[in-house]
Design a protein around this ligand. Structure first.
Ligand code: NCD
Ligand code: ZN
Ligand code: ZN
Length: 395
């Protein structure tokens, strides 16, 4: 293809460390195909698929199935994340070695959807992944501190009379796992960091040389717990939307690099799981198709943003964390490159019906966002052209 890139920004293809593709098990909410189409439209060339599918990705068979579905679809590389524990229950270590040595070559393990809340399990998992250079992506909150929680604990939850989800539930696990990372010498990656104090703990840990990395989600860079006043479940997410002051600290930490990467935590949900009362709704929101725009907003807007920092936080660093060697590289002539072309001056309105995702639970519906993805190339082949899935433009 010949693409007129005049006036466009060239980025290495975006890499998402944290995507829920819902296949196997909840293909009504998302499939590997629909989720990777959404990824391509968002400028991504690789996604790491979270383990909380049905069945859980806790065996070589399931991770190989997810990887094969990604290959067959052809819109983005799909790197499965393995479950740390059987069924995500945190009681028994999963077949970590079998997943690592499988065709899916799993390096990152997580218990998203549940927790490696038990420090003994976490220690054993860290010692295990250290033997082959893997890492644990920790998403857990201290479970006893979040029982019954409905939204961020603070002034707004007090006013609404909803049970609060305290920041310390996240911070306690991060502090503990920084210590376990140092103790075992293994790598820990902190998923969806959402509080100012978490950033402090990670900053101090890195200053001591702990092998820790961290991601922030677009929604925690833009939205606050004020949104819960609407009682619209589209704003319900784990961890919850926090305070304005947390948003400011997260933005600063992302610009600085204390937070290493933006990860979407793209969490598609079927209508029946969101079109209900706040308390009954599943947590999670869409992210892949809006992440780049929100990242640009958080890093200074289309005029002020430093595009090299965008490339670093959305592509190069996440590719390095996940060990995806073909990604996060600036395209070189004569290679089958992974890249995306962005219009820095365009804006777009988020229309849920236009999204490539099968689900519609975006918190940005109707918002006008900066910058558009014009084209995405996976190994030298267009997956997106003129802002549309490539096959649709060539048909
Ligand atoms: C995640 C999901 O939907 O799978 N939801 C979310 O709010 N982030 C699971 C989780 O991380 O709790
Ligand atoms: Zn999570
Ligand atoms: Zn998640």
């Amino acid at each position: 293809e010949v693409v007129d890139a005049d006036g466009l920004i060239l980025l290495p293809g975006l890499v998402d460390l944290h995507t829920h593709l819902r296949e196997p098990g909840r293909e009504d909410a998302e499939t590997v195909r629909s989720g990777t189409r959404a990824a391509a439209k968002g400028g991504y060339t690789a996604v790491c698929a979270m383990a909380n599918s049905y069945p859980v990705a806790d065996t070589a068979g399931v991770v190989e199935q997810v990887a094969a579905l990604g290959k067959a679809a052809g819109y983005a590389d799909v790197q499965p994340i393995g479950a740390v524990s059987v069924g995500l229950e945190g009681k028994q270590l999963a077949e970590i070695g079998a997943m690592a040595h499988s065709a899916a070559k799993v390096r990152m393990f997580s218990d998203d959807g549940h927790c490696v809340a038990d420090p003994i399990m976490m220690r054993r998992a860290l010692e295990y992944v250290k033997t082959f250079g893997g890492l644990i992506a920790q998403h857990a909150e201290e479970p006893r501190l979040t029982e019954g929680a409905q939204m961020n604990e603070g002034a707004v939850s007090a006013e609404l009379g909803l049970p609060g989800w305290p920041a310390v539930a996240e911070e306690a696990i991060i502090a503990r796992d920084v210590l376990l990372a140092e103790y075992t010498g293994a790598r820990v990656h902190f998923c969806h960091v959402s509080t100012a104090r978490s950033v402090d703990i990670i900053r101090e840990a890195k200053a001591r040389g702990a092998k820790v990395t961290a991601e922030v989600c677009p929604h925690h860079l833009l939205l606050t717990d004020e949104a819960a006043r609407t009682y619209d479940p589209v704003y319900k997410v784990n961890p919850p939307l926090r305070r304005e002051s947390d948003v400011a600290v997260l933005r600063g930490a992302l610009a600085e690099g204390v937070i290493d990467a933006v990860a979407t935590d793209h969490a598609p949900h079927a209508p029946q799981d969101k079109d209900c009362e706040w308390a009954a709704a599943r947590p999670g929101m869409l992210g892949l198709e809006t992440a780049l725009s929100i990242t640009v907003l958080a890093l200074g807007g289309p005029e002020g943003v430093d595009w090299d920092t965008v490339a670093e936080r959305t592509s190069r660093t996440p590719a390095r964390i996940a060990g995806l060697e073909a990604h996060g590289r600036d395209p070189q002539p004569g290679t089958e490159a992974n890249f995306t072309l962005v219009d820095p001056t365009a804006t777009w309105t988020v229309v849920p019906a236009d999204l490539a995702s099968l689900s519609r639970n975006t918190p940005y519906a109707g918002m006008v966002l900066p910058v558009t993805v014009q084209a995405t190339f996976l190994r030298g082949r267009a997956t997106v052209l003129n802002g549309k899935i490539a096959e649709e433009t060539t048909e």
